[in-house]
Design a protein around this ligand. Structure first.
Ligand code: ADP
Length: 745
C-alpha cells in the first residue's frame, strides 16, 4: 500500500484547496468516497484540523473515526490514536490500509522485526496514523521516540476509560495527562460514545485539555427498530426474528454461558449458521468463532456480553437480547452494535419477570458496596422493558436529551404492535387497591400471589386470602399480573421502596384509584403478524440476488486477505451497487463509500461481477438514485464469463503475462490477476511457472501446504510479505487443479 501522500498530493494538484476544510472535504471524497460530513462530524473535523483540543461524544456508528482520520491526512506530521483494544486497532488499520492510507500499529503480538520496520517507516515520514495502546504509548522509550517526531495530534478513543465515574475505567488511561505537557505543540482530542456530564468534566480535567470544544451528538439511532417482547416461547421468538433476517449477520446475547450453549445448539439444529462465544471457551475457540462471524462464514453469534468489545463489524443487521441486560447503558452499547453502517437494523429484547431476580442474585454475589446502585440500574432497565412509551424517546431521554418526534415509526410502541388492554383503568384499579389493602408493605411477588389467589403459606398465614382483592385476577395468570405491576411502576403509578422493595402508590397512582389520569397496559404477548419487514427503504430498487452475488465476491476477497468483509466494502456500498448496477469505472465515482484506492483495486472485479450477473439476468443498468427497480425477468444464478474476461483469456492463451494483459486492457493488475486465476481454473492448468518463476513458485507452494486454511494472508505473511497476492493466487489455483486431478484419479 502506498502512503497517504498519494491521495493528498493528487488532491492538491487537481483541486488546489484554499482552506483546511476544503482539503478535508476532498480527502473525504477521494479516500472514503463520501460526499459530505455528518453535521457534528464537520465541527469535530474542523477542531482537529485547526489544532483546537476537543471532546466529542457521539453514539456508536456516529462516525467518530473519520473525525480524526480525515484530519490526519490534512495536517502535516503524524497523528497518534490511543485505543484500548488490539483487535479494534487491527481492524481500523486494515480498513485504512484498504483505503490507501498509510496507517500502522505497534502492539505486543508483533515480532521485534515488525516493530523495527514500523519504527523505520515512521522515521522516514511514511506513516500518517499510528495506533497505540496507552500502556505502550506511556513507556519512556515510546515517549522519547515520539518527541523526536512531528506529532500533529493525539486522538484518544474510548476516552470514558479515563474516568472512574464511567463504566469502563482503565487506570492506564490516567497517565495520558502527561501528553499535553510533553507535546505542547500537539492538540489532544477525546472521543467516546457514552459520557455523562460528570464523565465529560472528568475527561477534560484528566487529559488537561486546553479550552476544549465539547461536542455532544444526538444519542438517537434512527436506523434501529427497537422491540421489547415479553418472553413467550423464547426460542421461537428468537427463531422468528432470525428468519426475518435470513442470511444476514446478527448477535444473540444471553445472560449466562449455559444459555449461550443451549441457544446456539438449538439454533444450529434449526439450520441457522451459528457459533457460540463466552468467556468459558478456550481463547483460540473464541478467536476462531469471532473471526468466522466477522468474515461472514457464519451468520449468527450467540454470546454473553463478553462478545462485542472491539468488534467493529458495521453490517450487523440485528441484535437479540434473550434476557434483560443489567442497565440501560449496557443495552445502549450492546444494541448499538447493530446497524453501524447507518442502514436499518433491528434490536429485539425478550424479557421476563425472572430476569430481574436473576440479576439480583448475580449482583448479591458481587460487590456489596455497589449493590444498591447496580440494582437501581437493573430496575431502570426493567422499567424500559415494561414501558409503553416510544423506545427511541425513552432511551434518548434517559441520556438527558429531548426527543422531538411524536412517532418514531421504528419501535414496537409507535408501530402499534403492542396489544393493549381494553379497559386499563379498571384493571389498574384492581391492582392498586390490592396494594393498598396489603398496607403498601409487600413486594411484587406477594402481590401477584394475592391477586391470582395463590394458596402459598405466607399468603394464608397473613390472612391475605381474606382480602377482597384475593383471587381477583385469577383468570389472567401470574405472568400477566406481574407484567402489569411492572408497567404501573414504569408509568410511575407505583414505586418500590425500602429494603424489601415494597410497593407503594404514588400520587398519580392514588389519582388513578379514583379513575383520574391515564394508564396503558398491554397484553402479555405482542400481536404476531404486525412486524413490518425490517429495512424497507434501504432496499428500495436493490436487486437482492445481485446483492448476494456481490456479497459472495466480497467474502471471497476478504477471506483471501484475512480481513473483515466490511473492510472490502460495507453493506451500504454493495446495496448501492446492486441498485445502480454501474457499467464503468467512471460511474463508480458516484457510489458513496468507494474512494480512489478501492475503486482502483476492487472496482473492476465488482463491475465484472455485475456484468456477469446482468448478462444472464437482464436488468436496467446505471440507475440513478431515484429510479425504481427495473427487473426485466427473474434473476437466475450465473457463472458465464463476460466480454472482458473472454478477451483476457485469449491474451493469456497467447502467452501474455498478467501485467501485459493489464496494460493492454487498461485494467488494474488485481482485476487481471483474478481473471488469470479464473483462466487457470477453467483450463485446468497445474503448472504455474509460466507466470511465477520456478523458485518462487516452490516457496509459495511450500507455504500453501503448511497453511492451516485457504486464506492467502497467512501465506503472504509466512513469506515475509515478499511475494505478491497475485503470485500466491496463481500457485494456489494450480495446486487446486492438481489436487482435483489427483482426486479424479
Ligand atoms: P463510531 O466510531 O462512531 O462507532 P464509525 O467511525 O465506525 O462510527 O462510523 C460508522 C459508519 O459510518 C462507518 O461505516 C463509516 O464509514 C460511516 N460514516 C462515517 N462518516 C460518514 C459520512 N460522513 N458519510 C457516510 N458514511 C459515514
Amino acid at each position: 500500500m502506498s502512503s497517504p501522500s498519494k491521495s493528498t498530493s493528487t488532491l492538491s494538484q487537481s483541486t488546489a484547496p484554499d482552506t483546511e476544510m476544503d482539503q478535508a472535504h476532498s480527502v473525504l471524497r477521494s479516500v472514503w468516497g463520501y460526499d459530505s460530513f455528518r453535521p457534528l462530524q464537520a465541527d469535530a473535523v474542523q477542531d482537529v484540523v485547526r489544532g483546537r483540543d476537543s471532546l466529542v461524544v457521539l453514539p456508536t456508528g456516529g462516525g467518530k473515526s473519520l473525525c480524526y482520520q480525515v484530519p490526519a491526512l490534512v495536517r502535516d506530521g503524524m497523528s497518534v490514536v490511543v485505543s484500548p483494544l488490539i483487535s479494534l486497532m487491527k481492524d481500523q488499520v486494515d480498513a485504512l490500509t484498504a483505503n490507501g492510507v498509510a496507517a500502522a500499529l505497534v502492539n505486543s503480538t508483533q515480532s521485534m522485526d515488525q516493530k523495527r520496520e514500523t519504527a523505520d517507516r515512521i522515521r522516514r515520514g511514511e506513516i500518517k496514523i499510528l495506533y497505540l495502546a496507552p500502556e505502550r504509548l506511556l513507556t519512556p522509550k515510546t515517549l522519547a521516540f515520539l518527541r523526536s517526531l512531528p506529532i500533529s495530534f493525539f486522538a484518544i478513543d474510548e476516552a470514558h476509560c479515563v474516568s472512574n465515574w464511567g463504566h469502563d475505567f482503565r487506570p492506564e488511561y490516567r497517565g495520558l495527562r502527561i501528553l499535553k505537557e510533553q507535546f505542547p505543540a500537539a492538540s489532544v482530542h477525546a472521543f467516546t460514545a457514552t459520557a455523562s456530564q460528570q464523565v465529560r468534566d472528568d475527561i477534560t480535567e484528566q487529559l488537561q485539555l486546553h479550552e476544549p470544544r465539547v461536542l455532544v451528538g444526538n444519542f438517537d439511532r434512527p436506523n434501529l427498530t427497537y422491540r421489547m417482547l415479553r418472553s413467550d416461547g423464547k426460542l421461537n421468538q428468537i427463531q422468528q426474528c432470525i428468519q426475518q433476517h435470513r442470511g444476514e449477520s446478527g448477535v444473540v446475547y444471553c445472560i449466562t454461558r449455559k444459555e449461550v450453549e443451549q441457544t446456539a445448539a438449538a439454533l444450529e439444529s434449526m439450520g441457522v449458521r451459528t457459533l457460540p462465544y463466552h468467556a468459558g471457551l478456550a481463547a483460540e475457540i473464541r478467536q476462531a468463532n469471532q473471526e468466522a462471524f466477522i468474515q461472514e462464514k457464519v451468520d449468527v453469534i450467540v454470546a454473553t456480553v463478553a462478545f462485542g468489545m472491539g468488534i467493529d463489524k458495521s453490517n450487523v443487521r440485528f441484535v437479540i437480547h434473550a434476557g434483560m441486560p443489567k442497565s440501560i447503558e449496557h443495552y445502549q452499547q450492546e444494541s448499538g452494535r447493530a446497524g453501524r453502517d447507518g442502514l436499518a437494523a433491528e434490536c429485539v429484547l425478550i424479557h421476563s419477570g425472572g430476569d430481574l431476580m436473576s440479576w439480583k442474585r448475580i449482583l448479591e454475589n458481587g460487590d456489596r458496596n455497589n449493590f444498591q446502585s447496580a440494582m437501581g440500574s437493573v430496575e431502570a432497565m426493567a422499567s424500559l422493558c415494561n414501558g409503553v412509551q416510544c423506545r427511541h424517546a425513552s432511551l434518548v431521554e434517559y441520556f438527558g436529551q429531548e426527543y422531538d418526534a411524536d412517532n418514531c415509526d421504528a419501535c414496537d410502541v409507535c408501530l402499534g404492535e403492542l396489544d393493549v388492554v381494553e379497559d386499563p383503568i379498571t384493571l389498574a384499579q384492581k391492582i392498586l387497591s390490592c396494594v393498598v389493602r396489603l398496607k403498601e408493605r409487600y413486594g411484587v411477588a406477594h402481590t401477584v400471589k394475592v391477586l391470582t389467589g395463590s394458596k402459598d403459606q405466607k399468603v394464608i398465614q397473613a390472612g391475605h386470602d381474606q382480602l377482597s382483592t384475593y383471587n381477583l385476577l385469577s383468570n389472567e395468570g401470574a405472568n400477566a399480573v406481574r407484567t402489569w405491576i411492572e408497567q404501573l411502576i414504569s408509568q410511575n403509578h407505583l414505586i418500590r421502596t425500602g429494603e424489601y422493595q415494597s410497593l407503594r402508590l404514588t400520587e398519580s397512582g392514588r389519582a388513578l384509584l379514583k379513575r383520574e389520569g391515564d394508564v396503558t397496559l398491554t397484553k402479555v404477548s405482542a400481536k404476531s403478524s404486525s412486524r413490518r419487514p425490517a429495512a424497507n427503504a434501504s432496499w428500495e430498487g436493490v436487486d437482492r440476488q445481485l446483492f448476494d452475488h456481490l456479497r459472495s465476491l466480497r467474502s471471497e476477497m476478504a477471506s483471501e486477505r484475512g480481513v473483515p468483509a466490511y473492510v472490502i466494502f460495507g453493506d451500504a456500498v454493495l446495496r448501492e451497487l446492486a441498485r445502480v448496477r454501474p457499467t464503468s469505472i467512471d460511474k463508480l465515482t458516484h457510489i458513496r463509500g468507494i474512494g480512489d484506492r478501492k475503486r482502483e483495486e476492487f472496482g473492476q472485479l465488482f463491475l465484472d461481477s455485475i456484468d456477469q450477473y446482468c448478462e444472464k439476468n437482464p436488468l436496467v443498468r446505471d440507475q440513478s438514485d431515484n429510479t425504481a427497480p427495473a427487473p426485466i425477468n427473474k434473476p437466475r444464478a450465473n457463472t458465464a464469463p463476460n466480454a472482458a474476461m473472454v478477451q483476457a483469456f485469449q491474451l493469456f492463451r497467447d502467452g501474455r503475462s498478467a501485467s501485459e494483459v493489464a496494460e493492454k486492457m487498461g485494467r488494474a493488475e488485481s482485476t487481471v490477476s483474478k481473471y488469470l486465476s479464473d483462466f487457470i481454473q477453467s483450463e485446468n492448468i497445474t503448472d504455474p511457472t509460466q507466470w511465477v518463476p520456478k523458485e518462487e513458485a516452490e516457496a509459495i507452494r511450500a507455504a500453501l501446504l503448511a497453511a492451516e486454511d485457504e486464506r492467502l494472508r497467512p501465506v503472504f505473511e509466512a513469506l515475509n510479505e515478499e511475494m505478491s497476492y497475485e503470485k500466491i493466487r496463481i500457485v494456489a489455483t494450480c495446486m487446486k487443479n492438481e489436487m482435483a486431478d489427483d482426486a479424479d484419479d
